[in-house]
Design a protein around this ligand. Structure first.
Ligand code: G4P
Length: 534
């Protein structure tokens, strides 16, 4: 007989899942992602002063930067998962690397979120990296909240920005707030759902929460003059155009609620948190490899979306990040690792907040667990308890940069082999081989050249096997059928190599060379690595 009292508290799992909001911010570098992340944490009172998470120049310095390289370049490569309570909700903000060279990491993070915030610089509008990541969200059906940031600085007209988003990416914008004051003169916002004026007040250096006053529509003209009248007029224009919020359309990815912020001044950040809590979807049980949607209160399952090593010199270890899809996680429980079928012990579960780490004892659907020293875990792996499940693997972006790696110290060939294997398993680079080049000269493939710098740095500093990298003159990769591999490999300016998973990749010197080959050989089927890349 089944012991019902021993069964997981179904009601509690569902209730905890409903409270959670798991999302990431997608943006072009410099749109203000780090600033907004801090502002959100500040508003949720997870930190007391901006600067605590990312340590931007001029603010209180704490470091999430884990390598000298990051410090030298002033970028943050490490993805961390921030969790903080806000009102009755629990927010899981999955950070993504800012630099375009690490878009593959961002892609992986997007497999673990229920919603994305598309952050747009008011002066620049849609930029290439935003567009690329937007396509990934669309492909995965992730609902998007649009945030127009830096409204405190001169920028474009708000209506013009709406038109750009509608026209260029076919995402129908439905603003929830509308700015009072043009870009550069940000006084507050018209809350389009209540009709009230929310007036913001600056604080010194934007380091603390900006006070806001809610002023009834009837009194707003006295408070903001013609700027209020203009905002009302424009809002009415939007309504006449049908640009009012519709939750179903938002959840299906057809339309996007829009908010206006100044992350640096902490303006409009409360409104974003409220939209996340009030309108963004709660976690569900995920869709398994057979396309079946699972219940959130099914036995425990989680999906590894990222593996990160050597995060800082004080913790030279390797953390696998897994997103919980169903059930409850209790630290110490023994799970099953779906790929190998072997037991997996979860004694070393952690939560990671910027640089601070804590032991994580319990987690619910939507939460991210950091599993330390989990050498066996790779991005794309599933962990489960009781009922076997496997989630779909993470597709990889097409690499655009290729380099032959060679160990510079011949006595370290074992470390070399192990190091390359580890970098590949973590997804730092893809590794390609061919008989002609041999085991000692694998080809590293990357989306951006900075991935090579990370690989090189890690091989020397952490894996004790320094390498030299010889760039190869290829720019595009396509999957090729094994039957055609020899033929393609004999072409001028092309080469075929095999990835560790057995997939054969044909590399071409230029996109034009690839086009020419396809034109001359229409029977040879070459396919892109990720459908979303188009
Ligand atoms: P990212 O993570 O998306 O790359 O952007 P980040 O937050 O680092 O912001 C890029 C720059 O834009 C920073 O300036 C930041 O202060 C500024 N910024 C972000 N949000 C706003 C905003 O709402 N208004 C204004 N005016 N500026 C904003 P920086 O000069 O590179 O660094 P800092 O010394 O100011 O920190």
């Amino acid at each position: 007989m089944t012991d019902i009292s021993a069964a997981p508290a179904t009601g509690q799992v569902a209730a905890e899942a409903r409270r959670r909001r798991t999302f990431a911010v997608i943006s072009h570098p410099d749109a203000g992602k780090s600033t907004l992340t801090e502002a959100l944490a500040l508003h949720a009172r997870a930190i007391t002063e901006a600067g605590a998470v990312h340590g931007k120049a001029g603010r209180r310095a704490t470091v999430s930067d884990w390598m000298e390289m990051e410090k030298a370049r002033g970028i943050s490569i490490t993805s961390t998962a921030l969790q903080f309570p806000y009102r009755d909700a629990v927010i899981n903000l999955l950070d993504t690397p800012g630099h375009a060279d690490f878009s593959e990491d961002t892609y992986r993070v997007l497999t673990a979120v229920d919603c994305a915030v598309m952050l747009v610089d008011a002066a620049k509008g849609l930029e290439p990296q935003t567009l690329k990541l937007f396509q990934v969200c669309r492909h995965r059906g992730i609902p998007i909240i649009t945030v127009i940031n830096k409204w405190d600085r001169p920028g474009r007209h708000a209506l013009e920005l709406m038109d750009e988003i509608n026209e260029r990416i076919g995402l129908r914008t439905t603003p929830l707030t509308w700015p009072v004051g043009i870009a550069g003169d940000f006084q507050g916002v018209l809350d389009r759902r209540t009709g009230n004026f929310i007036r913001f007040t600056r604080t010194a250096g934007g380091a603390t929460i900006a006070p806001e006053e809610h002023i009834a529509a009837a009194d707003a003209h006295d408070a903001a003059g013609v700027d209020w009248d203009t905002a009302v007029e424009e809002s009415e224009l939007l309504s006449a155009d049908g640009a009012d919020f519709d939750r179903e359309e938002f959840l299906s990815g057809a339309s996007s609620p829009v908010l206006f912020t100044s992350a640096a001044l902490n303006f409009g950040v409360n409104q974003l948190l409220d939209v996340l809590v009030g309108l963004a979807p709660a976690p569900d049980g995920g869709v398994d490899v057979d396309g079946i949607r699972r219940a959130v209160d099914a036995p425990f399952s989680a999906f590894v979306f990222k593996v990160q090593a050597g995060m800082d010199s004080a913790h030279r270890d390797r953390i696998a990040y897994a997103r919980v899809y169903s059930g409850t996680f209790e630290r110490g429980e023994v799970l099953t690792h779906a790929r190998t079928g072997k037991p997996f012990v979860t004694k070393y579960a952690q939560s990671v907040f910027g640089q601070q780490r804590g032991t994580l004892d319990t987690a619910w659907p939507g939460d991210v667990i950091g599993l330390a020293n989990a050498a066996v875990l790779r991005p794309g792996d599933t962990l489960y308890r009781d009922v076997p499940v496997e989630f779909p693997p993470i597709p990889s972006f097409s690499p655009e940069h290729f380099a032959v790696a060679r160990g510079t110290d011949p006595s370290k060939h074992k470390q070399f082999r192990r190091g390359i294997e580890q970098l590949e398993q973590e997804g730092v680079v893809q590794v390609l081989r061919s008989e002609r080049r041999g085991e000692q000269a694998p080809v590293l493939a990357a989306v951006g050249p900075m991935q090579f710098e990370v690989a090189s740095h890690r091989m020397a500093a952490e894996l004790s096997a320094p390498i030299s990298l010889e760039p190869l003159p290829y720019q595009v990769a396509r999957v090729v059928d094994p039957a055609d591999a020899d033929f393609v490999g004999r072409q001028v300016s092309a080469e075929v190599l095999t990835r560790t998973d057995g997939v054969k990749l044909a590399l071409f010197s230029t996109p034009w060379r690839l086009q020419g080959f396809q034109r001359d050989n229409p029977d040879v089927k070459l396919s892109a690595l990720v459908a979303a890349e188009g």
